[in-house]
Design a protein around this ligand. Structure first.
Ligand code: PNS
Length: 161
Protein backbone atom coordinates (compact mmCIF):
# COMPACT_ATOMS: atom_id res chain seq x y z
CA UNK A 1 0.00 0.00 0.00
CA UNK A 2 1.24 3.50 -0.82
CA UNK A 3 2.05 5.80 2.11
CA UNK A 4 0.54 9.28 1.59
CA UNK A 5 1.38 12.36 3.62
CA UNK A 6 -1.32 15.05 3.87
CA UNK A 7 0.14 18.18 5.48
CA UNK A 8 -1.64 21.34 6.55
CA UNK A 9 -2.41 23.74 9.34
CA UNK A 10 -5.94 22.33 9.86
CA UNK A 11 -6.92 25.30 12.06
CA UNK A 12 -9.65 24.13 11.89
CA UNK A 13 -9.99 21.16 9.49
CA UNK A 14 -12.81 21.96 7.02
CA UNK A 15 -15.21 19.55 5.31
CA UNK A 16 -12.95 19.93 2.24
CA UNK A 17 -9.93 18.66 4.23
CA UNK A 18 -11.90 15.69 5.57
CA UNK A 19 -13.19 14.80 2.10
CA UNK A 20 -9.65 14.85 0.73
CA UNK A 21 -8.33 12.71 3.61
CA UNK A 22 -11.13 10.16 3.09
CA UNK A 23 -10.59 10.01 -0.68
CA UNK A 24 -6.84 9.49 -0.19
CA UNK A 25 -7.46 6.81 2.46
CA UNK A 26 -9.34 4.81 -0.20
CA UNK A 27 -6.07 4.07 -2.04
CA UNK A 28 -3.24 4.76 0.46
CA UNK A 29 -2.15 4.58 4.07
CA UNK A 30 -2.60 8.18 5.18
CA UNK A 31 -0.50 10.22 7.59
CA UNK A 32 -2.09 13.60 8.32
CA UNK A 33 0.68 16.02 9.38
CA UNK A 34 -0.34 19.09 11.38
CA UNK A 35 2.10 21.94 10.84
CA UNK A 36 2.96 23.88 14.00
CA UNK A 37 3.63 27.52 13.21
CA UNK A 38 5.03 29.25 16.30
CA UNK A 39 4.57 32.67 14.65
CA UNK A 40 0.75 32.35 14.37
CA UNK A 41 -1.73 32.35 17.25
CA UNK A 42 -4.03 29.44 16.30
CA UNK A 43 -7.72 29.07 17.05
CA UNK A 44 -7.03 25.46 18.11
CA UNK A 45 -3.74 24.45 19.79
CA UNK A 46 -1.74 21.69 18.11
CA UNK A 47 -2.94 19.26 20.82
CA UNK A 48 -6.58 20.26 20.15
CA UNK A 49 -6.13 19.89 16.38
CA UNK A 50 -4.57 16.46 16.93
CA UNK A 51 -7.51 15.33 19.09
CA UNK A 52 -10.04 16.80 16.67
CA UNK A 53 -8.52 15.12 13.61
CA UNK A 54 -8.31 11.78 15.48
CA UNK A 55 -12.00 12.17 16.21
CA UNK A 56 -13.17 13.01 12.69
CA UNK A 57 -10.78 11.11 10.38
CA UNK A 58 -11.21 7.44 9.43
CA UNK A 59 -9.70 5.26 12.20
CA UNK A 60 -6.91 3.90 9.97
CA UNK A 61 -5.48 7.41 9.42
CA UNK A 62 -2.38 8.36 11.46
CA UNK A 63 -2.13 11.91 12.79
CA UNK A 64 1.23 13.55 13.61
CA UNK A 65 2.48 17.08 14.26
CA UNK A 66 5.62 18.61 12.73
CA UNK A 67 7.48 21.90 12.88
CA UNK A 68 10.33 21.52 10.39
CA UNK A 69 10.47 21.02 6.67
CA UNK A 70 7.78 18.85 5.12
CA UNK A 71 10.47 17.20 2.97
CA UNK A 72 12.32 16.06 6.14
CA UNK A 73 9.11 14.60 7.55
CA UNK A 74 8.37 12.87 4.23
CA UNK A 75 11.82 11.26 4.32
CA UNK A 76 11.63 10.25 7.97
CA UNK A 77 8.21 8.56 7.64
CA UNK A 78 9.08 7.03 4.24
CA UNK A 79 6.19 8.70 2.42
CA UNK A 80 5.64 7.64 -1.21
CA UNK A 81 3.74 10.80 -1.99
CA UNK A 82 2.47 14.08 -0.60
CA UNK A 83 -1.21 14.81 -1.34
CA UNK A 84 -2.50 18.39 -1.62
CA UNK A 85 -6.05 19.54 -2.28
CA UNK A 86 -6.25 22.08 -5.09
CA UNK A 87 -9.33 24.35 -5.21
CA UNK A 88 -8.44 26.77 -7.98
CA UNK A 89 -5.63 28.17 -10.13
CA UNK A 90 -4.28 30.32 -7.28
CA UNK A 91 -3.84 27.16 -5.19
CA UNK A 92 -2.19 25.46 -8.15
CA UNK A 93 0.39 28.24 -8.66
CA UNK A 94 1.39 28.10 -4.99
CA UNK A 95 1.27 24.33 -4.68
CA UNK A 96 3.25 23.85 -7.89
CA UNK A 97 6.23 25.73 -6.40
CA UNK A 98 6.07 23.74 -3.17
CA UNK A 99 5.73 20.45 -5.07
CA UNK A 100 8.83 21.15 -7.15
CA UNK A 101 10.79 22.26 -4.08
CA UNK A 102 9.76 19.20 -2.08
CA UNK A 103 10.63 16.91 -5.00
CA UNK A 104 14.06 18.58 -5.18
CA UNK A 105 14.62 18.36 -1.41
CA UNK A 106 13.53 14.77 -0.76
CA UNK A 107 12.50 13.15 -4.05
CA UNK A 108 8.88 12.78 -2.94
CA UNK A 109 6.23 13.42 -5.60
CA UNK A 110 3.14 15.56 -4.86
CA UNK A 111 -0.29 14.47 -6.04
CA UNK A 112 -2.75 17.33 -6.62
CA UNK A 113 -6.26 16.24 -5.71
CA UNK A 114 -8.99 18.48 -7.17
CA UNK A 115 -11.34 19.68 -4.44
CA UNK A 116 -14.95 18.56 -4.91
CA UNK A 117 -16.97 21.54 -6.23
CA UNK A 118 -19.15 21.71 -3.11
CA UNK A 119 -16.04 22.38 -0.99
CA UNK A 120 -14.03 24.50 -3.44
CA UNK A 121 -14.91 27.79 -1.73
CA UNK A 122 -13.95 26.63 1.78
CA UNK A 123 -10.84 27.56 3.73
CA UNK A 124 -9.80 27.44 7.39
CA UNK A 125 -9.38 31.23 7.32
CA UNK A 126 -13.01 31.71 6.27
CA UNK A 127 -14.16 29.12 8.81
CA UNK A 128 -12.38 31.04 11.60
CA UNK A 129 -13.95 34.28 10.42
CA UNK A 130 -17.47 32.83 10.29
CA UNK A 131 -16.86 31.28 13.75
CA UNK A 132 -15.64 34.57 15.22
CA UNK A 133 -18.76 36.35 13.96
CA UNK A 134 -21.16 33.69 15.16
CA UNK A 135 -22.23 32.50 11.68
CA UNK A 136 -23.65 29.12 10.67
CA UNK A 137 -20.75 26.67 10.26
CA UNK A 138 -22.74 23.58 9.24
CA UNK A 139 -21.75 23.75 5.54
CA UNK A 140 -18.08 24.36 6.42
CA UNK A 141 -17.09 22.17 9.37
CA UNK A 142 -17.73 18.70 10.77
CA UNK A 143 -20.33 18.69 13.60
CA UNK A 144 -17.60 17.65 16.12
CA UNK A 145 -15.50 20.67 15.11
CA UNK A 146 -18.52 22.95 15.49
CA UNK A 147 -19.08 21.41 18.94
CA UNK A 148 -15.46 22.18 19.93
CA UNK A 149 -15.86 25.79 18.76
CA UNK A 150 -19.06 26.06 20.78
CA UNK A 151 -17.17 24.77 23.85
CA UNK A 152 -14.59 27.52 23.36
CA UNK A 153 -17.52 29.89 23.46
CA UNK A 154 -18.78 28.56 26.80
CA UNK A 155 -21.27 26.17 25.14
CA UNK A 156 -23.13 28.94 23.34
CA UNK A 157 -23.74 29.77 19.68
CA UNK A 158 -22.77 33.19 18.49
CA UNK A 159 -19.68 35.35 18.60
CA UNK A 160 -16.40 33.69 19.54
CA UNK A 161 -14.32 35.93 21.73
O1 PNS B 1 -2.88 24.38 5.50
P1 PNS B 1 -1.73 25.21 5.02
O2 PNS B 1 -1.40 26.30 6.03
O3 PNS B 1 -1.94 25.77 3.64
O4 PNS B 1 -0.43 24.25 4.95
C1 PNS B 1 0.80 24.71 4.45
C2 PNS B 1 1.91 23.68 4.77
C3 PNS B 1 1.98 23.42 6.27
C4 PNS B 1 1.62 22.39 4.06
C5 PNS B 1 3.26 24.29 4.24
O5 PNS B 1 3.41 25.57 4.75
C6 PNS B 1 4.45 23.44 4.64
O6 PNS B 1 4.72 22.44 4.03
N1 PNS B 1 5.15 23.87 5.72
C7 PNS B 1 6.31 23.16 6.25
C8 PNS B 1 7.61 23.95 6.05
C9 PNS B 1 8.20 23.66 4.68
O7 PNS B 1 8.44 22.53 4.32
N2 PNS B 1 8.39 24.74 3.91
C10 PNS B 1 8.84 24.64 2.55
C11 PNS B 1 7.64 24.33 1.65
S1 PNS B 1 8.09 23.99 0.11
Amino acid sequence: MLKALIPGSFDPPTLGHIDMIERTASFADVIVAISINIFKAPLFSDKERMELLKDICPSNVTIVTFNGLLSDLASSVGADLIVKGVRNTADYEYEYQMAVLNKTLCGCETLFMPTQPEYAHLSSTMARDVARHGGDLTSILHPKTIEKIKLKNGGKDGFLT
